[in-house]
Design a protein around this ligand. Structure first.
Ligand SMILES: [Zn+2]
Length: 468
């Protein structure tokens, strides 16, 4: 029988997830992600390694850009098959792909203008990878599938999703192929979330597979303890309230923002913070929050209990989801304390820059970081303790208090990845380690071998493997 694997992305790096599985007569892509790491971005513009028209189906594990972001390009370049995903993944992927199309066309227009002014010409055509019309083509190709339901996608080929607990709708997928009485199976972990994180259910590992491809984003380390998140949030909000300042939180639109809302709502119900207005000032985060409201069936038990008591985790009376630029500007005119959550998460663009500009010189306000700030970003400059920063062409003095919450991550750490693997009742023949920086993948492969005695292999880009 034909059962073959080829790594086409997220192999010794963390973005651009894409793997090809040949199962019987089918050629299936698992994810078709966009590269976000600077060193690999050129691959977004290169032709696909495998001819898009030769692919029969795409399985989407979740809606992050680095897993779904090149799907419109795949369709534009000739893919005609089906796309399998959970309903929530389909909903959020639409928002993510549309947002990407919009940002790309804005970037191109800006670049063209700048080059014209500087009398330069780009080596690359002034063309986005895909446009809104290409996203429109993808949507009718998506077929949704629930967790735990087996679906036959071709003769002798079935797939099944399990909840990966990473973001809403995220899945691990098991693909099984049977021919002439022989059966082979493989599990792709997708991105694995954390046990006991708010709103989402715990990751649900598969119990059996001949082969496993597992992510390793944090394959070489364990997270800091996250038990202090509620007390840090409460302390920060209360201090800002006392001084009459704002709490400005740069946040990623998917999951982090909803987790913040969940935690703020919880603190408010418990009377640990005052009822101050909370603004989600990001069109994308607002749209994703609406998707959360539509899918309570995916929430964990604690969250469902809260809903039964009349408290929706992403909704409370003083929460405002702003859409228009006018609503956004109105936030700055408000007197008294507001909590303002906006993107981008590392302050590299978006409405957060306006809110930082309006608050950074106010000693009574707080800028609160909830996620990783990469080298060279405005977020890193502020968090790193610079006394002055440049924003919108102006030098501003950093007078606001700078705070950070540790442990808010949507990714399993090393111990949790191992816990997920231990869900297997019988050892797989081989584990392939994907989706991690070189050091993390190597360390995790070694860790799996040491702890479980299983054979673990670090996946290499464009490597092809026959699975016997
Ligand atoms: Zn992800």
């Amino acid at each position: 029988m034909n059962f073959k694997l080829k790594f086409l992305g997220a192999a010794q790096n963390v973005t651009g997830s894409c793997h090809l599985l040949e199962a019987n007569d089918m050629r299936i892509l698992i994810d078709c992600g966009y590269y976000q790491e600077r060193d690999f971005k050129y691959r977004n513009y290169a032709p696909f390694v495998e001819e898009p028209s030769s692919i029969d189906a795409v399985i989407l594990t979740h809606a992050h850009l680095d897993h779904c972001g090149l799907l419109p390009k795949l369709v534009k370049d000739g893919f005609k098959g089906k796309v399998y995903a959970t309903e929530a993944t389909a909903d959020i992927a639409e928002i993510v792909m549309r947002d990407s199309a919009k940002i790309q066309s804005q970037d191109i227009a800006y670049k063209q203008k700048r080059h014209k002014r500087e009398g330069r010409k780009s080596k690359h055509p002034y063309e986005p990878l895909f446009r809104m019309e290409d996203v429109d083509q993808v949507l009718p190709m998506i077929e949704t599938l629930r967790y735990g339901k087996e679906l036959k996608i071709d003769t002798g080929v079935t797939i099944m999703f399990h909840d990966a607990g990473h973001i809403l709708g995220s899945s691990s997928v098991r693909i099984e192929a049977t021919k002439h009485g022989t059966t082979r199976s493989i599990v792709f972990s997708g991105d694995i979330g954390r046990w006991k994180s708010p709103i989402l259910r715990d990751p649900n590992p598969f119990e059996q597979a001949d082969y496993v491809c597992i992510e390793s984003t944090y394959g070489n380390r364990d997270h800091k303890d996250n038990s202090s998140i509620p007390s840090t949030l409460a302390r920060v909000v209360n201090a800002a309230y006392k001084g009459g300042g704002n709490v400005v939180i740069p946040s990623f639109a998917i999951e982090r923002t909803q987790e913040l809302l969940y935690r703020l709502g919880e603190l408010e119900i418990a009377g640990r913070i005052p009822k101050v207005p909370v603004f989600v000032d990001s069109p994308m985060a607002s749209k994703v929050t609406e998707v959360f409201k539509r899918h309570p069936e995916l929430f964990d038990k604690e969250t469902m209990d809260r809903i039964h008591q009349g408290e929706h985790p992403c909704d409370f009376p003083n929460l405002h989801l702003t859409r228009s630029p006018e609503d956004s500007k109105a936030i700055n005119k408000r007197k008294g304390t507001s909590i303002i959550i906006a993107g981008s998460g590392m302050c590299t663009g978006g409405r957060i820059k306006h809110h930082i500009a309006n608050n950074i010189e106010r000693p009574e306000s707080v800028i609160l970081f909830v996620g990783y700030q990469a080298q060279g970003t405005l977020g890193r400059h502020i968090l790193g303790g610079l006394e002055r920063v440049r924003l919108h062409g102006e030098e501003l003095e950093v007078l606001a208090r700078i705070e950070k919450v540790n442990g808010m991550s949507a990714h399993a750490d090393r111990s949790e990845l191992l816990q997920w693997l231990k869900g297997m009742k019988t050892p797989p023949k081989k584990v392939f380690v994907i989706h991690g920086e070189e050091r993390a993948t190597e360390a995790f492969a070694e860790y799996v071998h040491d702890r479980l005695g299983w054979e673990a292999h670090v996946a290499v880009y464009e490597e092809e493997i026959e699975l016997g």
